[in-house]
Write a protein that binds this ligand. Structure first.
Ligand code: HEM
Length: 406
């Protein structure tokens, strides 16, 4: 039971929640906690962690964009970072040059040039899945295990020039990185036994001599040779492709297929207007945000919604909660292709806004477009299975039935 009272340490102005946002039951279904957080006020104090939390859309938009007041430079977890900091954990001026380089390498223009390759690979995957099913027939697939957890684990590392060996390490590697941004709970402890090994493995993949001559990784090293970034930043930037770019996209793709299966009438809308695949993906990110929450640290006393968060406090930014704020979105828990999802915070906002968003959209929209060619109807046939992670809205299975077009 959640006790809500006034915070004793902040002039009695900030409501206190005794919820644990990282407890298994909250990770299983975070919506009740996120609703309490928004309803508590613009900012709440999380007594269990001596931290603050923000969940309303307006307050989150202001907070996420305020990189001077809410810094990422001392980590985006509850505790200080345990590994060398990547792009997400840098503040300007250190952040500027690496961000510019990565933004250019992962620009919409560059990603558009990869569309044909993405289409070929998506078609191959879908063809394999549907092989043996007659037109008009039905086939059951696990859209997470057979699509979401397969496609980005191959397409994106290939585009990055990472060699093919040990790719099964990618998801557990990033799973632990994201878990370790939360408290040292069971999820973190379970990951610790392989953390050093996986960390070493990922960094070695990102060394110049281990990268293929063409790919995002080689482009990063070339930028270092041109003097645009420090050479010591090149492996860390390449590593951020792996730590930030794989699990997030896995859950994004599994999430949009879950959204379609749970709302078959929305698939009908998409069939009637296939050009909306990217918008459908964005609406699914609003509805089911892969990155739910991340911390920042207050560099000074910060005023949000009329209340003050003291300097040096850790502040939990709840992207998913903001994306469900009824003051911003009508009927927010409905996945609805009639809505304009622009302005959602699933990719963040401001200076740290996701630099890989075009890569994620390319992969998800291409998969949807390929499915639209072949699949008439999508239905969820059993409840979605959850994978708990302290930051990510993880998925373990999405059991779907596809009815093929005649
Ligand atoms: C659906 C997929 C994805 C989601 C939901 C997502 C979400 C996010 C969010 C919410 C942030 C901002 C965090 C903050 O403000 O503190 C972010 C930043 C970032 N993302 Fe993504 N991301 C996705 C895919 C990717 C991909 C494919 C890459 C590949 C490079 C990537 C790389 C990054 C990096 C490097 C940052 C830090 C940017 C900076 O600090 O300047 N992400 N992402």
């Amino acid at each position: 039971m959640t006790a809500t009272s006034k915070c004793p340490i902040n002039h009695g102005t900030i409501p206190v929640l005794d919820d644990d946002p990282f407890a298994p039951e909250v990770l299983e279904d975070p919506i009740p906690f996120q609703t309490r957080l928004r309803e508590a006020g613009p900012v709440a104090y999380l007594s269990k962690y001596n931290a603050y939390a923000i969940g309303g859309y307006d307050e989150m938009s202001a907070a996420v964009s305020d990189w001077q007041g809410l810094s990422s430079g001392s980590g985006v977890g509850l505790n200080e970072p345990w590994r060398a900091r990547g792009l997400l954990q840098m503040d300007p001026p250190e952040h500027d040059a690496p961000r510019e380089v990565l933004q250019e390498i992962l620009s919409a223009r560059v990603l558009r040039s990869m569309k044909d390759n993405c289409v070929d690979r998506a078609r191959t995957l879908i063809d394999e899945l549907l092989e043996g099913t007659e037109p008009g027939g039905q086939v059951e697939v696990d859209a997470h295990k057979q699509i979401g957890a397969v496609f980005p684990v191959n397409f994106f590392p290939d585009a990055s020039g990472i060699d093919e060996t040990d790719r099964e390490n990618l998801v557990p590697y990033a799973d632990h990185i994201f878990n370790s941004l939360g408290p040292r709970n069971e999820l973190v402890k379970q990951g610790e036994c392989r953390a050093a090994e996986l960390q070493e493995w990922a960094l070695s993949k990102c060394q110049r001599e281990n990268l293929k001559p063409e790919g995002f990784g080689a482009d990063i090293w070339a930028a270092a040779d041109r003097g645009e970034i420090l050479h010591e930043h090149a492996p860390l930037l390449t590593r951020s492709l792996l730590s930030a770019g794989v699990d997030t996209t896995v859950y994004g793709i599994s999430g949009v297929l879950y959204a379609m299966g749970a709302n078959p009438e929305q698939w009908d809308k998409l069939k009637a207007n296939p050009g909306m695949a990217r918008v459908a993906f964005d609406e699914s990110l609003r509805w089911h945000s892969p990155v739910q929450q991340i911390f920042r640290k207050a560099t000074r006393d910060i005023e949000i919604g009329g209340v003050v968060i003291p300097a040096e406090s850790r502040v939990l930014l709840c992207f998913q909660s903001a994306n469900h704020d009824p003051r911003r979105w009508d009927n927010p828990l409905k996945f609805d292709l009639d809505r304009d999802p622009s302005g959602h915070l699933a990719f963040g906002m401001g200076m740290h806004q996701c630099v890989g968003q075009h890569a994620a959209r390319l992969q998800a929209a291409t998969l949807l477009e390929e499915l639209l060619e072949r699949v008439d109807k999508i239905e969820l046939v059993a409840p979605v299975g959850r994978h708990h992670n302290n930051v990510l809205r993880g998925i373990d299975s999405v059991p779907l039935r596809f009815t093929l077009k005649k």
